[in-house]
Write a protein that binds this ligand. Structure first.
Ligand SMILES: Cc1cc2nc3c(=O)[nH]c(=O)nc-3n(C[C@H](O)[C@H](O)[C@H](O)COP(=O)(O)OP(=O)(O)OC[C@H]3O[C@@H](n4cnc5c(N)ncnc54)[C@H](O)[C@@H]3O)c2cc1C
Length: 380
């Protein structure tokens, strides 16, 4: 019998394993792929403040430092927000995941590669381990197995309202000419309901991607974006994967099973970013398990421990829905209005990639921003 089994060796699962092993618990991570961090499917943009709050340094995974963003409306209106200091990091996801893997192993977690969960029944995990079927038992199982979580399907069932709460994303690594300290965000027909991004690794290499609703063709839309914007970039290879875009799951613990990270929609619906919030949720998940093992507190405390995280994620979802429902001309007009009200300067001083709640509260206190309050309130 394993004490704690974590399905999925991504950032959320590995971080949770590290924290539990550090507290002296017997924890095993099961990852279906042969190498942690591969295949890569991420743009690797993380807020500096988010990592600092978690006490994680990007270390050898650091590729580039970002100071701000240029945001383009469908009609080509633009807002530029640039800080003097670094606001975000571009990381190499393979190196980052490897770093978390090594930390988890150093603390005593067992990490099994080529170990795929096939089905979950109560405390029984039906696994395929290096090509062979095996049945394992576990006191507590954490599903950190990504957007298509098998743990979620098996233990919680798929709710019809969750079906369309994904964006299909496609990304390429391209050479061209880029502003190395600014990311670009483009709204337009090439990314209906979401956006396209340009995230520079350097002045000559960038990660360029688009997200489209389920059923769309993100690779075609990515080509359309590169052509339409005349980015002049030459892509090499494409990756494509789902990003959970929706409200955070209400039910994340049932019986002896918990959900974590992308499996539980711990992603910012505004940007699709899930690294920082997945890591934050890993803290909440590990603390809940520690409380359960030491003091017999129920695993359902997880939802209480996630409350602060979920509040911010719910706000991201409301902002995302508001932007998604806007007509292109309305968005152009909002960009013009925001620019006139001085939003660029305001975001430079108070913008927060992760916590829109903080930013909204500051907005209420600033008379120059009040013309944007009706839009802000409609979002909320
Ligand atoms: C194109 C793209 C760009 C993105 N860009 C960013 C970005 O710039 N910044 C950001 O913060 N986020 C970004 N994201 C989101 C980010 O990648 C995820 O939020 C993050 O990886 C979630 O971490 P996780 O540990 O929850 O899940 P994952 O990283 O998905 O890890 C889940 C792991 O579980 C394993 N697994 C799945 N099923 C099983 C099974 N049955 N048995 C065993 N193992 C299994 C998988 O192989 C995987 O290793 C992007 C996503 C995409 C698709």
């Amino acid at each position: 019998m394993d004490t704690i089994s974590i399905v999925g060796g991504g950032p959320a699962g590995l971080r949770c394993a590290e924290l539990l092993a550090e507290s002296g618990f017997d924890v095993s991570v099961f990852e279906e792929h042969p190498v942690i961090g591969k295949p890569e499917k991420c743009a690797g943009l993380v807020s500096r403040s988010g990592l600092e709050e978690l006490g994680i340094k990007p270390g050898g995974s650091l590729v580039n430092e970002i100071k701000g963003a240029k945001i383009f409306s469908p009609g080509g209106e633009s807002l530029t927000v640039e800080r003097k200091e670094t606001a975000a990091y571009v990381i190499d996801r393979f190196e980052f995941d490897q770093m978390l893997f090594k930390k988890a192993r150093e603390k005593g977690a067992a990490v099994y590669n080529e170990s795929k969960l096939i089905d979950l029944r109560g405390n029984g995990l039906f696994m395929e381990i290096k090509g062979h079927g095996e049945m394992r038992r576990s006191k507590i199982t954490v599903g950190a197995d990504g957007a298509n979580s098998m743990v979620r399907h098996s233990a919680f069932g798929e709710k019809p309202e969750q079906k369309d709460k994904f964006v299909h994303a496609c990304q390429t690594r391209a050479t061209g000419k880029f502003d190395r300290h600014l990311v670009e965000v483009h709204f337009g027909s090439f990314a209906p309901g979401f956006f396209a991004w340009v995230i520079p690794e350097s002045a000559t290499v960038a990660r360029i991607g688009t997200g489209v609703p389920m059923g769309g063709n993100p690779a075609e839309q990515l080509n359309a974006f590169i052509k339409q914007k005349n980015i002049g970039a030459k892509g090499s290879g494409k990756i494509s994967a789902l990003i959970p875009i929706g409200p955070p799951l209400k039910e994340t613990a049932t019986g002896n099973v918990m959900l974590l990270g992308d499996a539980a929609w711990h992603t910012k619906a505004t940007t699709g970013g899930g690294i920082v919030f997945g890591l934050k949720a890993a803290n909440a998940c590990a603390n809940t398990i520690i409380g359960n093992m030491k003091n017999r507190s129920p695993l359902s405390d997880y939802e209480k421990n996630l409350r602060g995280i979920n509040r911010e994620l719910a706000l991201h979802w409301r902002i995302c829905r508001y932007a998604r429902d806007m007509q292109p001309a309305q968005m152009d007009a909002l960009f013009r209005k925001a620019k006139k009200a001085g939003i660029e300067r305001f975001l430079q001083e108070h913008g927060d990639m992760d916590n829109p709640g903080k930013f909204m509260r500051k907005m209420m206190l600033k008379p120059s921003m009040w013309s944007l309050l009706p839009a802000a309130l409609r979002m909320i």
